[in-house]
Design a protein around this ligand. Structure first.
Ligand SMILES: Cc1ncc(COP(=O)(O)O)c(C=O)c1O
Length: 464
């Protein structure tokens, strides 16, 4: 009998609910704080987000139903396939069984549309006419542009300057969906103009682009514009949890029980949360799983930054969030994984890290690209530069299994394809890229100002 290379699920097997990790974390989530240091109320978020999404943001319900209209939109590409990476296993000579969840099959090419269609739908339901957002690599901007075109919303995207220049095809895709994409920092907002006056040749950052997008939303006097964020916030993590729920069903069909290792890259934390949170649920209930978020050594949020209250953006327009943060003024070096260049980390992912439920790791740019090239040559998919970090950690784990002679089951999230990220691959193949490890002095410099904010509790249950 031929081997199973991939498992597809049918539409009827698609999860009907999102999973909320906040309901199960042994230490409760700590609230976002306002400028006065007190917890913010849902009303304070109302100029930025519609109330139906704010309700999800603060929800502690374990399961939240996915409205039928959103499921209808997700059916365009979901459920996504789970593949067994036989050819990569063979090239590595590993006894590990490697699986990857292929989120690159979505229309925009990554996991991002999972939350984009949900957010666009809730905004439309609330009577909103236009969404603004930021984008790093361009995956999120494309996803929201696509979602807005489905539900009939106007869409404006501030794209981090360095990615805007490196990835011209992303803005063409956004334009094809009917969105307006500008380079950030721009002259269109006060936040953008302030940064340009200080650092005229700045490569930009997600923190700056977020400030611009929020400013444009809250200054629209019609009150019909809101802001949409592609990662970090609780409701975004929630929307991605369909990934891990599908993986569980698919592993079962492959004949696997609990995986030994679950891996995903982490920028703001959403694709990691998507695959990992349903497995963290199992770990909290006794399963033995090594769960690894992977970040770049040049932007080592979970691995080297303090757990602190900090703003999600440069202009301090967001509330203070309890998260691992390199400081909101940190402008990461212009590495090619634009979606991993974020100073902070999802509060839910951060709290799971505080609890010891996950084991963060960083990898260098060159190892990530080398791993992606081996993956392309064996499995055929040229992954996004962000995803290459997950591939690198997967190869590290598969090589460890080989050294130990262990038949491990490793699953990673293939968060996106790299077909619009070819400039980075070109530079790598020409030998023009290098590694960069953030110096300790820089971390100290950018995180020093965080000491003036209230400090979140680091207490944990001590079970992991
Ligand atoms: C393909 C891909 N993977 C991962 C990420 C990182 O974001 P997150 O940590 O929210 O998944 C991005 C962000 O742009 C991305 O485009």
């Amino acid at each position: 009998m031929s081997k199973n290379y991939k498992v597809f699920l049918s539409e009827k097997d698609m999860p009907g609910q999102w999973y909320n990790l906040a309901a199960d974390l042994p230490t409760p989530m700590q609230p976002p704080l306002g400028p006065d240091g007190n917890p913010i109320t849902p009303d304070m978020l109302a100029p930025v987000f519609p109330m139906n999404l704010i309700e999800q943001e603060v929800s502690s319900e374990r399961w939240i139903d996915i409205p039928e209209e959103i499921q209808e939109m997700l059916y365009r590409w979901r459920p996504t396939p789970l593949h067994r990476a036989y050819h990569l296993e063979k090239a590595l000579g590993t006894p590990a069984r490697i699986y990857y969840k292929n989120e690159s099959v979505s229309p925009a090419g990554s996991h991002k549309p999972n939350t984009a269609v949900a957010q666009a739908w809730y905004n439309k339901e609330f009577g909103i006419k236009k969404l603004t957002t930021e984008t790093g690599a361009g995956q999120w901007g494309s996803a929201l542009a696509f979602a807005c075109s489905l539900v009939g919303l106007e869409c404006k995207v501030f794209m981090v300057r360095v990615s805007f220049d490196q990835k011209p095809f992303r803005k063409m895709l956004m334009a094809s969906y009917g969105a307006n994409c500008v380079a950030s920092p721009s002259n269109e907002t006060k936040a953008g103009r302030d940064i340009l006056a200080k650092i005229p040749d700045t490569p930009g950052s997600l923190g700056i682009a977020i400030s611009e997008a929020i400013e444009e939303a809250v200054t629209d006097e019609s009150g019909e514009t809101r802001y949409s964020l592609g990662s970090v916030l609780n409701h975004v993590m929630l929307h991605q949890t369909i990934i891990g729920q599908e993986v569980k069903k698919q592993l079962e069909i492959f004949g696997e029980k609990t995986p030994d290792t679950v891996i995903a890259c982490a920028g703001g934390g959403s694709n990691f949360a998507g695959i990992a949170f349903p497995f963290i649920h199992d770990k909290i209930n006794g399963a033995d799983i090594d769960i690894i978020p992977v970040e770049p050594s040049s932007c080592p949020t979970l691995t080297r930054a303090p757990f602190s209250y900090d703003h999600g953006d440069v202009a301090c327009m967001t509330p203070l969030l309890p998260m691992y943060s390199l400081g909101h003024e940190f402008i990461p070096p212009p590495i090619h994984a634009g979606g991993l260049r974020y100073h902070g980390m999802s509060p839910l992912v951060s709290q799971a890290a505080v609890e010891g439920l996950i084991n963060p790791r960083s990898v260098h740019q060159l190892e990530a690209y080398e791993s992606a090239i081996l993956f392309a040559k064996t499995e055929g998919i040229l992954v996004a530069p962000e995803t290459s970090h997950a591939v690198a950690a997967t190869i590290q784990e598969a090589n460890k299994a080989k050294e130990e002679g262990k038949e491990k089951v490793i699953v990673f999230n293939l968060s996106g394809h790299g077909m619009m990220d070819l400039v980075g691959y070109d530079k790598f193949l020409k030998g023009e890229l290098s590694n960069y490890s953030l110096p300790d002095e820089d971390i100290k410099k950018y995180t020093e100002p965080l000491k003036k904010y209230p400090q979140p509790s680091t207490s944990k249950s001590g079970k992991w």
